[in-house]
Design a protein around this ligand. Structure first.
Ligand SMILES: Cc1cc2nc3c(=O)[nH]c(=O)nc-3n(C[C@H](O)[C@H](O)[C@H](O)COP(=O)(O)O)c2cc1C
Length: 172
């Protein structure tokens, strides 16, 4: 699958088969994440790989009851490390770069998952403090995305619509 095919065919998956995701596949996803660009190559991120069923249930509750978060056999929790970026880039590093860096890592995970036949959904609606408590995330890290991962249920997945290029683009 080439990059453009992956980008255009990806869509959020919210229904999963219960089959486990092999650890080798999880490693591929993290490998893709760590290849993302980051400001000054600081790599201000940390990834929690959550397989434990009880913890996934707690994460789903922290994600405002979005049940598919628990239904996927795996949930990746992507964290930013604002202080790491701030050491070099001060306020801009803490407020902006570390979030942009982790967003790039998230997108790499979504695309790499596609190649492995895995479905994902970028979940941003959650209670950050609750997620912190569930996983024991230290204060210097900030959970920025949950990514439930699993093999898609047969009937899921179709690319969603987008604004037209003319609407979103100014040529200067
Ligand atoms: C920052 C961010 C937060 C999101 N949070 C949620 C979420 O909490 N729950 C959910 O079901 N989808 C969430 N999504 C997925 C979007 O709804 C989805 O990407 C969008 O509707 C486009 O659909 P597609 O991913 O199928 O292309 C989020 C996406 C982003 C980028």
């Amino acid at each position: 699958m080439n990059v453009m095919e992956a980008i255009t065919s990806r869509c959020s998956v919210r229904r999963f088969r219960p089959d486990a995701v092999p650890d080798e596949a999880v490693r591929r996803l993290i490998e893709a994440a760590r290849r993302a660009p980051s400001a000054g190559n600081i790599q201000p991120w940390h990834f929690y790989v959550v397989k434990d069923e009880a913890k996934r249930g707690q994460l789903a509750r922290a994600a405002l009851g979005q049940r598919f978060v628990a239904e996927a056999p795996l949930c990746l929790v992507v964290c930013a490390e604002p202080a790491a970026s701030a050491r070099v880039y001060r306020e801009r590093g803490a407020q902006l770069y570390c979030l942009q860096d982790t967003a790039a890592a998230v997108q790499n995970i979504l695309l790499a998952a596609l190649e492995l036949g895995l479905g994902t959904c970028w979940v941003g609606a959650f209670d950050e403090e609750q997620v912190r408590r569930v996983l024991g995330i230290p204060q210097e890290r900030r959970a920025v995305a949950l990514i439930p991962v699993g093999y898609p249920a047969a009937e899921t997945g179709r690319p969603t619509s987008r604004k037209e290029v003319e609407e979103i683009c100014t040529w200067v």
